[in-house]
Design a protein around this ligand. Structure first.
Ligand code: SF4
Length: 297
């Protein structure tokens, strides 16, 4: 097997646990320790020295953090390929400041209507739905921005029969920028970690059901780059710098801790990543949608 190329390994940097939505499907904590700008920059220095070249800024909702643009700029200036994963509520407002540093922005929408979005997202559903369309209209008018757009959709029992309608709204009818890729994710049932499995009963679908949805979307939108990931494919397939600066990866609804990057050297980070090579390779596969441009050396 070829040697692990650390410059291809994406690191998801959770700049905050805070979020301006409370999606019903979400199990992520909304509070907890959060590193300072200086601490994040220091960890980015070490990641770069360790050979990492791709990061995804994520959360929680990364744009609720006031200095997220400074983090993106610092990472971009170091030489990272930087992507952003956001629910898009604040994206229109912060786009001109952050877009110069981004290769990709991943936005999330699971519903073709505000009404269904309310079932999935709860409070804030209408502004979330409208913020996605508003951003795509704005993105159409800012052609000089180089960042591509990925639409991410979590497929659940509640929306699986509405995804062709969502595709029509986003890729055919809305008069804005058409996303460059559509990635469909199987809902990850994680009720065993929270003791609340009612959401799993409401939302969970099988891999076969996901594949049927993907087949339908691919047939209906042959010009759209549609890809998907099952819950099993995403397990042990991210490497996170969590908001408290610890290095970790997800396994069956929990985090496996790999160390505190505030105390680790670049060599130690490199060593840990190489010793968890299987996870690193799965992360490359999982985030390959962002790997259109040449990987920085
Ligand atoms: S936007 Fe993301 S982090 Fe925030 S509640 Fe929804 S799924 Fe969770």
């Amino acid at each position: 097997m070829a040697a692990l190329q650390l410059n291809r390994v994406p690191i998801d940097v959770m700049v905050t646990n805070r979020c301006n939505l409370h999606c019903r499907k979400c199990y992520a904590p909304k509070a907890g320790p959060e590193g300072t700008l200086a601490e994040f920059c220091n960890t980015l220095d070490k990641l770069f020295e360790a050979g990492i070249r791709r990061i995804v800024l994520t959360g929680g909702e990364p744009l609720v953090r006031d200095d997220v643009v400074e983090i993106a700029r610092y990472a971009s200036d170091l030489g990272f390929d930087v992507s952003l994963s956001t629910n898009s509520i604040l994206l229109r407002r912060r786009w001109s400041a952050i877009s110069p540093y981004l290769s990709w922005v991943g936005i999330s929408l699971d519903s073709p209507t505000p009404k269904l979005n309310r079932v999935l997202v709860g409070n804030g559903a209408r502004s979330h739905f409208e913020s996605v369309l508003e951003f795509l209209r704005h993105r159409r008018d800012t052609r000089q921005a180089r960042a591509r757009v990925k639409l991410g959709t979590v497929v659940t029992r509640r929306n699986k029969d509405h995804l062709l309608e969502l595709g029509r709204v986003i890729f055919r009818e809305q008069p804005g920028y058409v996303p460059d890729a559509w990635r469909l994710y199987q809902y990850s049932a994680s009720g065993h970690t929270s003791g609340d499995d009612s959401r799993d009963l409401e939302f969970a679908i099988t891999e076969r059901e996901l594949e049927d949805v993907v087949d339908g979307a691919t047939a209906a939108f042959p010009d759209v780059s549609v890809s998907y990931a099952t819950a099993a494919e995403r397990d042990e397939a991210y490497i996170f710098i969590r908001a408290g600066l610890d290095l970790a990866y997800p396994r069956q609804g929990a985090y496996v801790q790999l160390g505190d990057t505030r105390r680790m050297s670049a060599a130690e980070i490199r060593g840990v990543l190489c010793s968890f090579e299987r996870v690193a390779r799965r992360a490359i596969q999982n985030r390959r949608v962002y790997e259109v441009d040449a990987v920085p050396a």
